[in-house]
Ligand binder design. Structure first.
Ligand code: XMP
Length: 318
């Protein structure tokens, strides 16, 4: 019988046998899979696990600082690398969604490779790959690991790609990963987080990306997500987020005419992201959220709610 406890026990032994006293490097994304993989490996080999958590500047508001603190509190040997400027530079002027993904993926590989080079004698690359990633092979979800896999054919292999691979979650599904995480004592709030794309807010800012647009979208997203939490709606939704549209529209504020940005809110129900239905959020919630956004976020004067299902619409707008 599969139980999270027996899985942890067997996997810890298997990791110890496999990597022995070698050093292992792992990219943390803030997501469930990489976190559970890190805690498992840490249990098996302690500080021989070197975690790297990269801020690509496209994370949710305050997420880099708060998640990094959380990782440290969990006893992980983790280095936070703030590479926001490097990603913003790499993205300058790029409007095409696939080119954005490439630019973000390549910047991630460069930053990760630079950091991995600072560690001496690393023999293994650990990844939070889970079973659905294995079957899909080019996974749509997942953070650094998916990024690494889908970009390994760009411009020759970075050095860390030549490392041997250890993937302790390779044989299990998401719900099992969450149960393993709970057994390991990981914060339930972290385990219950919505999926978040590797390219982050970069694919939720339609058109080109600037620091100011990132700031606006982070504010909007925080109001929406915190609202879902305080209204008890967060756990009823599979994924939620906001899109910054490349559209200005006319509004009025006091006696003044405004001409500012429009944001779209999106919340979906799904089991695996392959199909999805928009969520029928309460009108009172949408009303309050829209007011909060328009009153508090400078540069936004209009909020719309996305009522498209997948297919034919995708979850992300890019
Ligand atoms: P779509 O937009 O294709 O999204 O309906 C399905 C799921 O995949 C996530 N997604 C991504 N995740 N890199 C990722 O790591 C990406 O480039 C990417 N694009 C979409 C999306 O957030 C949703 O959960």
């Amino acid at each position: 019988d599969w139980t999270p406890d027996s899985f942890v026990e067997e996997t810890v032994e298997a990791i110890q046998e496999k990597v022995g006293g070698d050093k292992v490097v792992l990219g943390l994304s803030g997501g469930v899979d990489s976190t559970v993989a890190a805690v498992l490996l840490n249990k098996a080999i302690g500080d021989n696990l070197y975690c790297i958590f990269v801020n690509n500047g496209l994370l949710r508001k305050d997420e880099f600082e708060s998640v990094l603190k959380q990782y440290e509190g969990m006893g992980l040997n983790v280095k936070g690398v703030d590479a926001s400027d490097r990603f913003l530079d790499a993205l300058k002027g790029i409007e095409d969604p696939e080119l954005k993904r490439k630019a973000i993926g390549n910047a991630f590989i460069e930053v990760f490779d630079d950091e991995a080079h600072k560690l001496t004698d690393v023999k293994w690359l650990a990844q939070g790959t889970i079973y659905p990633d294995v079957i899909e092979s080019v996974s749509a979800t997942g953070g650094p690991s998916a990024t690494i896999k889908s970009h390994h054919n760009v411009g020759g292999l970075p050095d860390f790609m030549k490392l041997k691979i250890v993937e302790p979650l390779r044989a299990i599904f998401k719900d099992e990963v969450r149960r393993v995480g709970a057994t390991l004592g990981i914060d339930p709030e972290l385990l219950g987080r919505h999926p978040f794309p590797g390219p982050g807010l970069g694919i939720r800012i339609l058109g080109d990306i600037t620091a100011e647009k990132v700031r606006i979208l982070q504010e909007v997203d925080a109001i929406f997500i915190n609202g879902l939490k305080s209204w008890g709606l967060y756990d009823k939704v599979w994924q939620a987020g906001a899109m910054l549209l490349p559209v200005n529209s006319v509004g009025v504020m006091g006696d003044e005419r405004t001409y500012e940005k429009c944001v779209a809110l999106r919340a979906v129900e799904s089991t695996d992201g392959m199909t999805a239905d928009w969520v029928n959020l309460p009108y009172e919630f949408l009303q309050k959220t829209s007011n909060d956004i328009i009153n508090k976020v400078k540069g936004v004067n209009r909020v719309v709610y996305d009522i498209s299902s997948k297919p034919p619409a995708t979850i992300e707008w890019e």
